[in-house]
Write a protein that binds this ligand. Sequence first.
Ligand code: NDP
Length: 237
Amino acid sequence: MNKVCAVFGGSRGIGRAVAQLMAQKGYRLAIIARNLEVAKATASDLGGDHLAFKCDVAKEHDVQNTFEEIEKNLGPVNFLVNTAGINRDSLLVRTKTEDMLSQLHTNLLGSMLTCKAAVKTMIQQQRGSIVNVGSIIGLKGNAGQCVYSASKGGLVGFSRALAKEVARKKIRVNVVAPGFVHTDMTKSLKEEHLKKNIPLGRFGEPIDVAHAVVFLLESPYITGHVLVVDGGLQLIM
Ligand code: NDP
């Protein structure tokens, strides 16, 4: 069976850990990011038959081209993981409109565009599995992260609606919502202070989230689900 998985945002952080785990399980990976050199390095570290692609998920033309290139070089995509994401944290009254738009375009519109392109291919194959990476902040909200929260909360609504839309075509759509995870995105945070509030007492590692992503990708009877991976943080939020 052809097992081609596109990981948007697969060059670093959580996406990179997902790609590593899936490569070990025999999938052919498309590693996609804006910085092609970093994506190529990640694809080459995986060993085997994996390829890197340059794409800004916020640009429809880029997304369409990327799916065409993946299909030409690896075959049709039947597994999709959306980890491409950014944050521009600030209080709402100080947030510039351009920073609102960049978060919404990357975190929400970007996943809509990749899902739209993937679902077209998956409908033809009558199978497919999608995991969108949201955030605990999208479920609980957080001061200083209104727009990021909206982008990730929107992703949950979008994913659940899409899950209903495509279930009859044997396509599943799920969300993983991480808490704090050690990646470039969180390196400026005050970890010592924040981890006191995490019941399991530590930040997550990318591999902690990757296991949840791969679990949902491969679980044949789960769709429209939001799996929180946060060391228990939601218990106290
Ligand atoms: P990183 O910053 O480590 O990695 C982000 C990845 O997304 C990189 O591969 C980056 O590559 C890619 N990316 C960013 N913008 C775009 C774009 N416009 N088009 C294509 N690729 C893009 O982030 P994390 O691994 O920490 O985060 C992964 C996801 O998990 C994000 O959606 C984030 O919101 C979410 N998350 C992270 C948490 C954390 O604590 N780390 C907690 C909760 C959720 P490049 O820059 O080259 O494009």
